[in-house]
Design a protein around this ligand. Structure first.
Ligand code: NDP
Length: 244
């Protein structure tokens, strides 16, 4: 007879492409039951992961819906041991010309989305005295980059509150981790609407030879999570070797 896996539940937002997708594959391979969240449910289902994976069509800015999806997964698989707040958008632009709706969207997804996820799982982690929240920030949360003003604003904020919350919940053995990648080959750039800025980004990127792949980031996430609970990897900043 098959032995049932004792691995705990992991929740990954933005698992329908890029880093989130690679991360979902890695956690699934390690035997964890998963809750995968994104708006493109077809892309989540197309991953064809095992039966212990729940795919939920949820916009992370919709807090009640995110909470509901997490509650359902918890009913089935037990408490959330790891939340990967990965969903994000990068809409490059210049403040003086960019449509303010794009600023709003970045703050809503990159910041409010991460807070919504954190708020949904943290009380139970504190109560259980354990758990890990991994926030996918960016090198843009550590330094400024051309045409990244608002995106940097959201990612600097992610670093700040991740570190603040980490300090506050450390006494309960809950870990918070910032993962800050440089350039990764994903769909991220495809949502930027300013053609000149997109072209500038592409030529900057081409100078650095090989960008990172989503799997490279998934390895860092698995490493941080896989350390014993007594070790908190507070931050991993990783870039293509040739990135400036
Ligand atoms: P992708 O565009 O491939 O993935 C973004 C993911 O976020 C998708 O699964 C998308 O799913 C999801 N998403 C976007 N908006 C929402 C929303 N409102 N609700 C739920 N899910 C949402 O890009 P990456 O894999 O590169 O991005 C993942 C994270 O990595 C982001 O936070 C990004 O800022 C960060 N990052 C990326 C870098 C890079 O160079 N690629 C560098 C540094 C950090 P869907 O559209 O189906 O909702």
């Amino acid at each position: 007879t098959e032995t049932t896996s004792a691995k705990p539940l992991v929740v990954i937002t933005g698992a329908s492409s890029g880093i989130g997708e690679a991360c979902a594959r890695s956690f699934s391979k390690a035997g964890h039951p998963l809750l995968l969240v994104a708006r493109r449910i077809d892309r989540l289902e197309a991953l064809k992961l095992p039966e212990n994976v729940i795919c939920a069509q949820v916009d992370v800015t919709d807090r009640p819906k995110l909470v509901e999806a997490i509650e359902k997964a918890v009913e089935k698989y037990g408490p959330v041991d790891c939340l990967v707040n990965n969903a994000g958008v990068m809409l490059l632009g210049k403040v003086q010309t960019q449509n303010p709706e794009e600023w709003q969207r970045m703050f809503d997804v990159n910041l409010m989305g991460v807070l919504n996820g954190t708020h949904a799982v943290l009380p139970s982690m504190i109560e259980r005295r354990g758990g890990t929240i991994i926030n996918i920030s960016s090198i843009a949360g550590r330094k400024t980059l051309p045409d990244h003003a608002i995106y940097c604003g959201t990612k600097f904020a992610v670093h700040a509150f991740t570190e603040q919350i980490r300090e506050e919940v450390a006494q309960y053995d809950v870990r918070l981790v910032n993962i800050a990648p440089g350039v990764v080959e994903t769909e991220l750039l495809s949502h930027s609407t300013d053609k000149k800025i997109v072209d500038d980004y592409k030529s900057w990127k081409s100078q650095m030879g090989q960008p990172m792949q989503s799997e490279d980031i998934a390895r860092s996430i698995m490493f941080a999570y896989g350390e014993p609970q007594r070790v908190c990897i507070r931050e991993i900043l990783l870039c293509p070797t040739r990135q400036d």
